[in-house]
Design a protein around this ligand. Sequence first.
Ligand code: NAD
Length: 510
Amino acid sequence: MTEIAERTAPTSAELGRVSHWIGGRIVEGASGRRGPVYDPATGRQAKWVDFGSSEEVDAAVASAAAAFPAWRATSLSRRTEIMFRIRNLVDQRRREIAAILTAEHGKVPSDALGEVARGLENLEFACGIPHLMKGGFSEQVSTGIDVYQIRQPLGVVAGITPFNFPAMVPMWMFANAIACGNTFVLKPSEKDPSASIFIAQLLAEAGVPEGVFNVVHGDKVAVDRILEHPEIKAVSFVGSTPIAKYIYETGTRAGKRVQALGGAKNHMIVLPDADIDMAADAAVSAAYGSAGERCMAVSVVVAVGDVADPLVSAIKQRLPKITVGPGADPASEMGPLVTREHRDKVAAYIGKAADAGADLVADGREHPLADDDGFFLGVSLIDRVTPEMESYQHEIFGPVLEVVRVKTYDEAVKLINDNLYGNGTAIFTRDGGAARQFQFEVEAGMVGINVPIPVPVAYYSFGGWKNSLFGDLHMYGPEGIQFYTRAKLVTSRWPDPGTSKVDLGFPRTR
Ligand code: NAD
């Protein structure tokens, strides 16, 4: 978590300030606590972000609670119209959003635009809300009696989001949440908070009423208040596994509905019959895109049998062609890591793997930019990694690809199924039978067959298994609608008053 700088710390006049968004306007933080926001490409602090107090969370929740009755009563067709307008504004302003992402997260513009595009898909899905909120109806379940189910919004719901997708992950949550008629409080990552405020302003421009969407920045103080606030009915979380577990346990203990998505260690199996060039292209793209700071990044290639030598060699050949540099340079394909602290943590894992006897085929610490003030690291390829090594056991979340060599397909699947994480996984093969067997028995929530990053489209739902997700429902798509609504079952009769009589027997259908 970002270190909190004291109010007394020297401030330079040019540093911008990122404040909260409560009740349809910017509200400057009054807690006296704040944190630095860096430009990862230069390593310089660019802004301060206000850290919310419990009282500031309470103010956002009060604003959301006040907006809820009118928003849930707003007709579906009006809510749909507003969702379409949000969709169009995000589409029109996608370059500006992407530029904010590059400035604070460090990802290169093509990747930032890709993030906005995938977020946009969730807004498009939510534009279908009249269809998605349809219930069911059974006529004449008994004489003159009909039964129907309706889905209703929960009330005030909250989202707590990670640094690696500061625009897309909030859209995973709020698009469906507000389309369903809930009001929303977002606690974005304190590392790259500006996109959330830009998006809040677009929502206001689209006609989202005051209080329907609020943003409170901050750290554990704000998160803990969200988890205990009695008015918040549900919490969606995306971030690392220890925090996801904490959010799930604390939130559910307080009686909330919680979906908490955690970290990952995504394995890509390459079978001996795979097309080596295709597998190497996929591994390189999926491991180093966004500097490996993707929860669906491939971090482990499992090379089966004699595919290992040619595969490692094909991956190695591709590495010198990856241009690392700032997002401002159009030639850059991979930007810096998000903070110096994170860069150093990733670099330490590379050292640990080497110390444990793995083979450092490419060492990102040797990249010329690794000594720069920006938070850069080159790409690393580590061969002959074994499951006991610390670098294998933890999520590294950087541009580091590890190769585990195994003899058989069964060994490869066992490796994945024994892993504590179960977010995404992939298999590269030309054998349809092997692919089908893999799909059948692998223990992970999202599976790619010759597809390295199988992120579901917005009309399915996203979520891992095991320590990659705590809760029952996956995020966005149909399960997102389920998460943000509750079912009400109505049994109805319009009797002829002339037939009415007292009957103390148990209600019968026959
Ligand atoms: P993080 O867990 O450090 O932070 C996520 C959120 O939790 C932030 O808003 C942060 O302010 C808050 N937080 C951090 N520490 C807290 C604490 N002690 N108490 C309460 N709240 C706290 O995660 P991150 O570093 O921002 O993001 C990277 C992680 O997110 C990786 O582990 C990655 O795999 C994971 N991730 C998972 C998915 C997924 O869909 N499963 C998607 C994206 C990212």
